[in-house]
Design a binder for this molecule. Structure first.
Ligand code: GTP
Ligand code: MG
Length: 289
């Protein structure tokens, strides 16, 4: 079984990469996705696109869910017998933690695809907001997508590349929009890795909420704009699947950029997940009460 780990900070374009690049995967492919918060969204997004996915929500696969990751990989092997397993750790899971788990299972030879949002990367790197996570991700990546070049100014793209090349001169770099590359690249690289044992953790506040009623599209849209403007705290990433009066919709916010897309298929349980700091949970609960 080939294994690809798709790593990247919150909202970098990991799920988008899997969506756009599945066509290059040969044989049976299964995606294991570990979303942040209690109300996973990425698994349902991938499933709605016909991609076989198994979700490991609520917790982080690089630390608290290590045992769950092992049992889930074993279960995928038994139930699906895939040729290819793609793992999307949440944007707060360190690649080392996942690699460490694979080694504990005597699995080697994975490919690590690292995705960075070039419109934000230099700021995030310089702010040290993600601590050693960034280096862990970049050093362990075989292929790095300099993504969101449509949103980034040229000097941000160049700065992103300079920082990355200093940290990992061996990685293959691609500039991408919507994480799309026009060739198969999910093949195995044999490489000695430096797996950080001390972990590279940082803490974020998350808030997940299931929404029982159908919402008006306009009011949810306004709510999402308010989230983007900081009304409910400093939110860096938000995702929602919502059954609205205009049909099912997916809302997505990443560092101030909002995406709103009709969702293919009914949504059994509308839900919203926010991640950031100083999230005003009580205000949010009252808002949805
Ligand atoms: N403009 C633009 N938007 C992008 C690009 N790549 C991804 N996006 C959007 O960025 C948002 C986040 O993309 P995802 O693929 O969900 O990111 P992710 O890394 O899986 O996010 P998490 O799993 O929540 O950490 C979505 O709204 C995407 O449509 C890009 O190259 N350009
Ligand atoms: Mg994702």
């Amino acid at each position: 079984m080939d294994i690809t780990i798709v790593s990247g900070l919150l909202g970098a374009g990991k799920t988008t990469f899997i969506h756009h690049n599945m066509k290059h995967c040969k044989g049976k492919t299964v995606v294991l996705v570990n979303d942040f918060g209690d109300a996973g969204i990425d698994g349902e997004v991938l499933s709605s696109e016909g991609i076989e996915s198994v979700e490991l929500p609520s917790g982080c696969i690089c630390c608290t869910l290590k045992d769950d990751l092992i049992s889930t990989i074993k279960k995928i092997q038994d139930d699906f017998r895939p040729d290819h397993l793609i793992i999307e750790p949440s944007g707060i899971a360190s690649p080392s933690g996942v690699l460490d788990t694979l080694r504990a299972m005597h699995i080697k030879g994975e490919t690590v695809v690292g995705i960075v949002d070039s419109s934000e990367f230099p700021h995030l790197y310089e702010s040290r907001m993600y601590g050693p996570y960034v280096e862990d991700q970049i050093r362990n990546s075989d292929i790095i997508l300099i993504n969101k070049i449509d949103l980034a100014e040229m000097h941000m793209i160049e700065k992103t590349i300079t920082i990355i090349e200093q940290m990992n001169p061996e990685a293959l770099l691609f500039r991408t929009v919507h994480s799309a590359i026009d060739r198969p690249m999910l093949h195995v690289f044999e490489k000695e890795r430096i797996i950080a044992k001390d972990g590279s953790f940082f803490s974020f506040d998350t808030f997940s909420l299931f929404i029982p009623d159908t919402r008006s599209f306009d009011s949810f849209n306004r709510f999402f704009q308010d989230v983007a403007e900081g009304t409910f705290g400093s939110v860096v990433r938000a995702k929602a699947l919502v059954q609205t009066d205009q049909g099912p919709y997916r809302f997505d916010l990443s560092y101030g950029h909002t995406g709103i897309m009709p969702f293919a298929g009914p949504i059994a349980e509308s839900r919203v997940v926010l991640i950031g700091s100083h999230i005003k949970k009580e205000t949010l609960k009252k808002f949805f009460a």
